[in-house]
Write a protein that binds this ligand. Structure first.
Ligand code: GLN
Length: 490
């Protein structure tokens, strides 16, 4: 029988309201699961166990008083790039190993005000740069579906925690796929909303024009609930959209009959694992059975998205990461003068991938090369935005695999940055265009590892991606459990 920590937030919220369980019980269930598996999974960098117990007790009081929003009392984990007041926030980097933010990021501030229970901060690739979690300065995360495989990245800890029942849901960030790709590799639901829908205040910046906060959940309904709780305009983030928030759970059951679904043909070429291809194909057949029309769609410039991203994101990173100079934040390695101090601090504090990105970005922005690299990449970005606009004239949503492969072995791509970068080839275009996309599990491959299916909609089409994902989720009835979790019951 499933434990409390394995239930969805929606189910837990109704049990809490009916008095069938308490936030304290749910929280203890998660904490026990963390105890049981996290030595093997390594999803958490910091656990806030005592705080979680206090917050759970407070939530129980609120629920008893009848004053509880739907997220109250539900335990959550936060990726360690999201600032939490008085709780160490490392970005998976030595340079911030002892950094304690003086304020909360907006998404957590909103959840905290609504009575959420924080379990801890999750492991991630250093400054969210990576697709396997192997770039964390604090060691890799292990995928609950196969402990010798990666959970994906960069939000690998959040994805693995939700997959393993260590948290009911979690937040991550998605700059080029870091919510959707790990969700896909860990068999959970990952939502990247429209750029600007969730405030970036307190999200430690990687590439500001691409960064978004996203959700990891075990159901599409939970994604809708969590999104509704954290989205909406924020005066602390100049790029946050000025918009009141919908209740994203409302239209979930409207079905897909009559919807025009475009299948992105560029996402079925070389390099897509056969098990991924067949899983997506059978999901598409189900969509068609449910009354959606399925036709081939094209994003003709998608082939250039990866190259454009690996100029734009590193360029923004080289600028954003200039602030870690040993003066104001985190690590300081002394030197004879300030220049030497900065060089030593950055030399010792940043890992190899972060250094690679800073060098790429600094080069792309340098005088003489700016137009050829950064300027050109921005033009490609515009072409990709137009590709989506054109595709959405004929289609309501687009479908593709989330990632070309299922989880790969730890170490397999570690020495090959290009192979690693290719993990995000289908997720990056949505970041460049700012459009919403969700990944849901569509089945298992021949090795028993989860496959993810991505649904993309036009800007602010969250309700639509969630509605399609919800319909498919019901139809596919994916209920496989990671071997690690199944083994606990035995
Ligand atoms: N894997 C991509 C990268 O390394 C995307 C990362 C992200 O979305 N944060 O940049």
């Amino acid at each position: 029988m499933a434990e409390l920590c394995d239930l969805t937030a929606a189910d837990l919220a109704s049990k809490l309201r009916a008095g069938e369980t308490s936030s304290t019980e749910v929280t203890e269930s998660c904490l026990a699961r963390v105890e049981a598996v996290d030595e093997r999974v390594r999803a958490f960098l910091a656990r806030t166990t005592e705080l979680a117990r206090e917050r759970a007790a407070a939530a129980d009081a609120r629920i008893a008083a009848g004053d509880a929003p739907s997220t109250a009392g539900i335990p959550i984990a936060l990726k360690d790039v999201l600032s939490t007041k008085d709780i160490t926030t490392t970005c998976g980097s030595k340079i911030l190993e002892s950094y304690v933010p003086p304020f909360d990021c907006t998404p957590w501030a909103r959840l905290a005000a609504a009575g959420s229970v924080l379990l801890g901060k999750t492991n991630c690739d250093e400054f969210a740069m990576g697709s396997s979690n192997e770039n964390s300065a604090f060691g890799p995360v292990h995928n609950p579906w196969g402990l010798d495989t990666v959970p994906g990245g960069s939000s690998g800890g959040s994805a693995a925690a939700v997959a393993a029942g260590e948290a009911v849901w979690a937040l991550g960030t998605d700059t080029g796929g870091s919510v959707r790709q790990p969700a896909s590799l860990c068999g959970v639901v990952g939502l990247k909303p429209t750029y600007g829908l969730i405030s970036r205040y307190g999200l430690i910046a990687f590439a500001s024009s691409l960064d978004t906060v996203g959700t990891f959940t075990r159901s599409v309904r939970d994604a809708a609930i969590l999104l509704s709780a954290i989205a909406g305009s924020d005066p602390m983030d100049a790029t946050s959209l000025d918009r009141t928030v919908d209740d994203y759970a409302e239209g979930l059951d409207e079905g897909v009959s009559g919807l025009r679904v475009g299948v992105v043909k560029e996402a079925f070429g070389e390099g897509v694992q056969p098990g991924v291809r067949s899983s997506i194909q059978s999901a598409l057949n189900r969509l068609s059975d449910m009354g959606a029309s399925i036709e081939e769609a094209s994003l003709p410039h998608a082939d250039y998205a990866l190259s454009a991203y690996y100029l734009i994101a590193p360029s923004e990173a080289s600028s954003n990461l200039a602030r870690y100079d040993g003066v104001r934040y985190g690590l300081r390695v002394p030197g004879r003068d300030s220049i030497e101090m900065m060089a030593r601090t950055r030399g010792a504090g940043f890992g190899p991938e972060v250094k690679r990105r800073i060098m790429l970005g600094t080069y792309a922005l340098s005088a003489g090369y700016y137009e050829a690299y950064y300027g050109q990449a921005q033009k490609v970005r515009t072409l990709i935005i137009r590709d989506y606009e054109k595709a959405f004239e004929s289609f309501d949503v687009l479908v593709s695999p989330t990632s070309p492969t299922t989880a790969f072995r730890i170490g397999e791509r570690a020495d090959d940055p290009l192979a690693m970068y290719l993990s995000d080839v289908f997720t990056i275009p949505a970041n460049l265009a700012g459009v919403p996309a969700v990944s849901i599990p569509s089945g298992l491959d021949e090795a028993g590892l989860p496959v993810g299916l991505q649904v993309t909609a036009p800007v602010l089409g969250e309700a639509l991606v969630l509605r399609v994902a919800h319909a498919l989720e019901r139809e596919l009835a994916f209920d496989a459990v990671p071997p690690l979790v199944a083994g606990l019951a035995a």
